[in-house]
Structures are given as C-alpha cells and as structure tokens.
Ligand binder design. Structure first.
Ligand SMILES: Cc1cc2nc3c(=O)[nH]c(=O)nc-3n(C[C@H](O)[C@H](O)[C@H](O)COP(=O)(O)O)c2cc1C
Length: 210
C-alpha cells in the first residue's frame, strides 16, 4: 500500500499565546501573523484563495496576490474576468491564506469595492513591465484563439518606450474585513480557532471548537 498523502505536515509547536489571550483588535494580529510567516520563510504567504459568487450564488475561487492586509485587504486583477463580474454583481468575498509550513490558516470575509482610479494607477505602476504588458494585452478569462498573436502583442506593448498606462479593465479592489478567523492546526486534530466578527466599528471574538 502506498503511504497516504501527507496532510497537516507543518510545525505544530508554534508559540501562539494570542490564541489563548486574544487581543481586542484582530488587524494588528493579522499583520503580525503575516510578518512572522515571512520571517519563518513560509512559501508564498500572500497567496490568497479568494472566493466570489455570481448573482445566482454560484461560487468560484482562485488564488490572488494579497498586496496589502490591513486596515483592509488589497488585491488586483481584471474587472471583466469571472471574479470581476462576480464582484460587480455580488460585492462580497471570502479569502483564505494557508501556510503549510506553520500549520496556520486565516479566513477573512467582507464587502469588496474597487479602489479609486489613482490607487489602481499606483498598483499598476508597481508591477514589473512584463506584468503590465500582459495586463494591457490580455482580456483575462476570454477564450484564447491565437496564443502567438497574444504573445506578440504583449511583447510589442512591453517594448513601448516610457511607462505604460493602466488599461481601464484592470484595477485594484479593497475588502473591508468583517470576519477574520485565525487557525492553528494540531496533529491530534484539536486545532485552535479564534474567530473575530465586526459589527459597525466593534470587533468581538470567541474561540471555536475545532
Ligand atoms: C500564486 C498566484 C498568484 C496569482 N495572483 C493573481 C493576481 O494577483 N491577480 C489576478 O488577477 N490573478 C492572479 N492569479 C491568477 C488567478 O488565480 C486567476 O487565474 C485569474 O485571476 C482569473 O480568475 P477569474 O477568471 O476567476 O477572474 C494568480 C495565480 C496564482 C497561482
């Protein structure tokens, strides 16, 4: 019999006193977990699995780069792809960060809106030239009938002199969290969970059974 696939293979021994003595405000904790993940060399700690749903409630999810976590989440992509259309029809999303090396998971939910044009311009300007060129040349999620043509077009855009201008179909979003759950796994499956829910400006927290 082959070995069963590995799950929960990360480090269960992390000191996380905040799970027993939670702070009032989860946002500094979110920032701290991200900083510690980076220090502990977690791979791709900002790979956010983002779930959206269309007007009929049909869900979909994909990985996005979390550009900023607090005081609100920031991510970017096409406004016309599936996630863009979902968020236009149903402006709420749920995101999950999972860090295999440290057995940590953070789940976040909240309303989503577009960033301002100026904020999206700034995000676009930060992107490497090749990523900018792809955003200009590609219509994310549309059928691809001529791959070589798209490649040529992206190369031509990338070769243009001077900074590229953000296309109107690409931009940033902000998700204002009203739910954040911190989770740390344990080999005995007595995982530790800490849930924060925001009503207005007030966060309340409670621990959850695994
Ligand atoms: C590690 C990783 C990071 C990604 N980052 C982004 C991103 O920041 N923005 C984006 O639009 N797509 C990103 N993608 C691609 C998305 O997962 C997805 O394919 C794309 O956004 C189209 O999704 P949609 O058709 O549901 O809108 C990333 C994929 C991976 C695996």
């Amino acid at each position: 019999m082959p070995e069963p696939p590995e799950t929960l293979s990360g480090d269960p021994t992390l000191e996380l006193p905040e799970l027993e003595a939670p702070p009032e405000d989860p946002l500094p904790l979110l920032e701290r977990w991200l900083r510690l993940a980076e220090e502990r060399r977690v791979r791709e700690p900002r790979a956010l699995a983002l779930a959206t749903a269309d007007a009929e409630g049909r869900p979909s999810s994909r990985i996005l780069l979390l550009k900023q976590a607090t005081p609100f989440l920031v991510f970017a992509g096409s406004y016309e792809s599936r996630k863009g259309r979902d968020l236009a029809a149903n402006p709420r999303a749920a995101g999950t960060l999972y860090w295999r090396e440290t057995l940590q998971q953070i789940s976040i939910e909240g309303p989503v809106r577009r960033l301002s044009e100026a904020e999206s311009d700034a995000l676009f300007a930060e992107r490497p030239q090749a990523a900018q060129a792809t955003a200009v040349a590609s219509r994310q999620g549309e059928p691809l009938s001529a791959p070589a043509e798209l490649r040529r077009e992206a190369a031509a855009v990338a070769a243009e002199a001077g900074p590229l201008t953000r296309p109107p179909h690409w931009g940033g979003y902000r998700l204002d969290p009203d739910l954040i759950e911190f989770w740390h796994g344990s080999p005995d499956r007595l995982h530790r969970r800490l849930l924060y829910v925001r009503t207005g400006g007030t966060w309340r927290h409670r621990r959850l059974q695994p």
